[in-house]
Design a protein around this ligand. Structure first.
Ligand code: HEC
Ligand code: HEC
Length: 184
């Protein structure tokens, strides 16, 4: 084999390698998008929580979400409400619990939406869209041990989640934390 040939073979091999990596990544992305949503259960819900590392491609969405939805009340994690709730909240900013919000301008609204829909789960069939955490079965599923007060709103998270203002819902007050340790 001549030197020239060898070099072009090496280049060709490199190209094929890069191509297959690109293609592989692309295919994986397509497959993932096409995967049917898993049935919700508390175990899988807990697995995606707000302080685990968020993949880089959702970081901008998260940041924009915190900026737009975390100024009047603590930012609520997407896991606690169905995807449909988030969709309506984004689409109807003029009727926000008696407040009038500004619509998040494009394209930022799509980036926020991509974050919210990725980390929330669809509504069940024949289920009414909840607009309060107290009506959400996902919220209840994440609180198996807690007798949640029926008047709970975003203002109440901080009483058990001292890091709520920093979007940390894993940290608990010492009472709950101790109870958690003894429960397992
Ligand atoms: C201008 C202030 C303001 C901004 C900005 C804001 N909200 Fe609210 N939000 C409110 C008020 C006021 C309530 C009702 C408070 C109450 O009754 O507990 C509320 C309540 C909520 C609730 C209901 C929580 C519950 O179960 O009680 C959700 C969910 C919510 N907001 C999501 C969002 C999202 C998503 C965004 C960003 C698009 C956002 N908020 C931005 C003022 C705001
Ligand atoms: C009365 C105490 C209490 C209140 C109020 C409360 N939580 Fe929790 N939360 C807990 C406890 C305790 C857990 C751990 C699960 C369990 O033991 O039931 C938890 C777990 C969670 C988780 C799962 C975290 C993880 O590790 O994956 C999220 C998310 C969450 N809470 C969000 C909220 C939000 C948002 C609010 C306010 C709307 C709220 N919680 C209000 C006590 C509370």
């Amino acid at each position: 084999m001549t030197k020239y040939n060898l070099r072009s073979q090496v280049i060709l091999f490199g190209l094929v390698l890069v191509w297959s990596i690109l293609l592989g990544g692309g295919m994986a992305g397509v497959l993932k998008a096409a995967e049917p949503p898993k049935p919700p259960n508390s175990e899988t819900l807990v697995a995606i929580n707000t302080i685990d590392p968020i993949p880089e491609r959702y970081q901008t969405g998260l940041k924009l979400y915190l900026e737009n939805c975390g100024s009047c009340h603590v930012a609520l994690p997407p896991e606690i409400l169905p995807t449909q709730t988030w969709q309506t909240l984004l689409l109807e900013p003029e009727q926000h619990y008696g407040q009038k919000l500004e619509q998040i301008p494009r394209p930022f609204i799509f980036i926020v939406w991509n974050y919210l829909r990725t980390f929330s789960r669809p509504l069940g069939e024949d289920e009414q869209t909840p607009y309060r955490v107290t009506e959400s079965r996902y919220f209840k599923a994440l609180h198996p041990r807690v007798d949640l007060p029926p008047t709970l709103t975003a203002a109440g998270c901080i009483s058990c989640h001292p890091g709520a203002r920093d979007y940390d819902y894993r940290r608990l007050t010492p009472e709950w934390d101790d109870a958690r340790k003894s429960a397992y």
